[in-house]
Ligand binder design. Structure first.
Ligand SMILES: CC(C)(COP(=O)(O)OP(=O)(O)OC[C@H]1O[C@@H](n2cnc3c(N)ncnc32)[C@H](O)[C@@H]1OP(=O)(O)O)[C@@H](O)C(=O)NCCC(=O)NCCS
Length: 182
């Protein structure tokens, strides 16, 4: 089980935690993530750099729909902010903004924590509402967690998929195994 530590959710192995967003404090560090072309291309579908104001607006919209978290990773003795994630009935977007931390099992832990949180909140299902077909890491992440493609579309000339996880059927994922890739 994830361990709620105050207002955080922590993976079983203690390597990743989700801390509730504090907009005033977090926008400054998050703006750098939304100036990274892999993040912009993968999550927004464009390469237009975000301003701090736009990041704040995005967080306000996500906060109005559900919960927004800063993803933190244990790096030696301290937790460092590496990205963000949100949970709402219409989506569960995850961004690992620090490139050095991508592909190291963090997204998998974050998604597992959010699935558990959604269950605790009584959600019947989760949606990944727009995953670009060429975003292999993202598709793999959601499909490995049990999400199924239920539709799709096209934006900015790029095809995307819509995926759904039925929380009444899906098993509860481990948040810290298989062993750390970190
Ligand atoms: C997509 C993203 C959230 C995945 O998080 P991550 O921590 O990098 O992913 P993980 O290391 O947990 O890996 C998840 C799965 O994707 C696979 N994967 C990771 N990076 C990959 C890559 N570049 N290409 C193909 N597969 C990849 C992993 O092997 C793993 O699959 P497995 O469980 O079968 O081994 C992260 O890469 C990211 O933030 N990308 C930029 C923004 C974005 O596209 N966000 C998603 C849109 S909502």
């Amino acid at each position: 089980m994830e361990k709620p530590v105050g207002r955080t959710l922590e993976s079983e192995d203690g390597l990743v935690r989700l801390r509730l967003l504090d907009i005033d404090h977090d926008v400054a560090v998050a703006t750098a993530w939304y100036r990274d072309e892999v993040v912009l291309w993968g999550s927004e579908g464009t390469t237009e750099l975000f301003t701090p104001e736009r990041v704040a607006r995005m967080y306000q919209v996500l906060s109005a729909r559900g919960e927004v978290y800063i993803v933190e990773v244990r790096d030696r003795d301290a937790f460092v902010a590496v990205g963000d994630a949100a949970l709402s009935p219409v989506g569960v977007p995850i961004v690992i903004g620090e490139s050095a931390w991508r592909g190291r099992g963090i997204g998998r832990r974050v998604l597992a924590l959010l699935i558990r949180r959604a269950r605790a909140l009584g959600y019947p299902e989760l949606m990944a509402h727009q995953i670009y077909a060429d975003n292999q890491a993202s598709l793999r992440l959601y499909e490995r967690a049990g999400f199924k493609i239920i539709g799709g579309g096209e934006e900015h000339g790029r095809p995307f998929f819509r995926l759904r996880l039925d929380l009444r059927e899906a098993p509860t994922p481990a948040t810290g195994s298989p062993p750390a890739l970190l």
